[in-house]
Design a protein around this ligand. Structure first.
Ligand code: NI
Length: 183
């Protein structure tokens, strides 16, 4: 099942998401999230983006057509970033919940994360570069943070009109979205 994607202005995107009870059957939800992400050509999708305030996100680096991320297909359940380190580097990020806006965001290059996969096997791993970047962006979603929160007040003012239009549903997107005022 393909979910409509919740867009900027919806309170669910600003909420810290709740842990999922260990052992919960997530197979249908995870399948649906991958399907939803693929239909929107995304490389990551967090549960709040389909209106569910729970600590779960999926990633699929394959659309980037880059050697670094070509095998990066994973599910993160109740993840916990243990540490972030390394130099900050800038990259132009986008977000399925903020269509047609891309901005340079600085993030540390490495991280260590503890998480469960969709079968409740526990993992602790290190990621760097683009994989770390994708995780940091999605992890922010379950913390109620959007990339626009990192922008300078000046940049935010410049984007204000565009962001308000997204909240009103006045934008072009080629995937299904849930407009905040109509939800
Ligand atoms: Ni996003």
């Amino acid at each position: 099942m393909i979910y409509p994607i919740v867009v900027y202005g919806d309170p669910v995107l600003k909420k810290k998401a709740e842990n999922i009870e260990k052992g919960t059957d997530l197979s249908d939800l995870v399948t649906d999230m991958f399907e939803t992400m693929e239909s929107a050509h995304g490389i990551g999708l967090a549960a709040p983006q389909i209106g569910k305030s729970i600590r779960l996100f999926v990633v699929d680096g394959r659309p980037m057509e880059d050697d670094e991320t070509k095998d990066f297909v994973k599910t993160f359940v109740n993840p916990q970033i243990i540490k972030e380190e390394g130099d900050e580097w800038a990259f132009e990020e986008g977000c399925l919940s903020i269509p047609n806006i891309r901005e340079e965001i600085e993030r540390p290059e490495k991280l260590r994360i503890k998480y469960f996969d969709e079968n409740w096997n526990e993992h602790e791993e290190e990621f760097d570069g683009m994989k770390a970047r994708i995780i940091q962006h999605e992890y922010d979603h379950i913390e109620g943070i959007l990339f626009t929160d990192y922008l300078t007040p000046f940049k935010k003012r410049m984007l204000k009109g565009k962001l308000q239009n997204i909240t009103k549903g006045k934008m072009k997107v080629d995937y299904r979205v849930a407009i905040p005022q109509k939800r």
